[in-house]
Design a protein around this ligand. Sequence first.
Ligand code: PLP
Length: 424
Amino acid sequence: MNKNWKAATLAVQGGYEPKDGEPRVVPVVQSTTYRYDTTQSVADLFDLKRAGFFYSRLANPTVDVMEKKIAALEGGVAAVALSSGQTANTLAILNIAKAGDHVVASAALYGGTVNLFTVTLPKMGIKVTLVEADASEAEISAAVRPNTRAIFAETIANPALTVLDFEKFANVAKRFDLPFIVDNTFPTPILCNPFKFGANIVTHSTTKYLDGHATSVGGVVVEGGNYNWANGKYPELSEPDPSYHGLVYTDTFPEAPYSVKMRVQLVRDLGCIQAPMNGWLTNLGMETLALRMERHSENALKLAEFLKNHPKVDWVSYPMLPGDSQYELAKKYLRGGSGVLSFGVKGGKEAAAKLLDTLKLAALVVHVADVRTSVLHPASMTHRQLTDEQLVAAGVKPELVRVSVGIEDIEDIKADFDEALNNL
Ligand code: PLP
């Protein structure tokens, strides 16, 4: 693979180089096991003296292609594919933090990540301080403690659509010599490369645009190769690991110690690898990633403009819409706004619920980021137990409709919304 290839080429051909007579299309290696000629071959694999496959809980040739493609697209040095986006964010932290440690994260996060950070990680002894996305550098710095092990944020937050102020968070991470972990799920590497803006680790829910067809739950963690893990703060990486006869990851694998440790220690012990079929489908989906992200962004901007001018619509939120509160940050860091927008229907909660029942092309689903246009009304779905006052406090207005704009013809998408809105 030519590392200088542009993203659209890497998305199609990255990670897989068939040799003479081998399949042109990545094969799905649906096998848990691999055969060897000698016990020495297997011993060398177990001792990590040579690379190869010996059991699909650790690595699999199909998943390996997909990992290499994502690493190349992000401009990273290695990637580990996992069973879901939730697992990706969990392991990204657990790989470098243990009971007694602390993490600082932007509060503009996916709800599942908020729960992970405020309920589950604390139960494991890892405390997380959430800082507002618009906090100043001084305020973020004030949240850092001597036992802080990472700073975490999302490029475009789901569902708030807040765009990450990379410079601000990266400056704090650098000042305290901490790794900066960024969940880049919504933009994908086609619209943003967090490593260029100071991130050291990138995570994805591959369930979203990378797969793009809503077939496979998965996640990935990508290592940037731009952080010194031997700085004394991460002894699990820079001191002997008893699991591997005293192996020191930073010495033996200086190019990608974080990824090697994650795979051979956490993935081995916790068993949360991505299944070969999911890796295969995700890789196939990624072949059209560049085309799809261009179209998702174009359609979402056109729908945002259309809705903004519609008499039945109160407000529209889309980072690439001129005048949006996130517009300046979006222009600075993104090459497109991705496919998710939200808007408020005049008439509040009831009108929003009725709208969703009337739409025909846009389907009601609890998912975002695939080729089909879909909608969600948090107030009557994911957040239905909350009162109107509680909804506002949670940042979810009762009239808010979230749209994941697909790649269908924009005229058909607009017509669907127009008809449903006019029927209110
Ligand atoms: N990160 C973000 C930004 C998400 O939107 C999601 C899911 O919606 C996740 C992580 C979790 O991913 P998964 O559903 O694949 O576990």
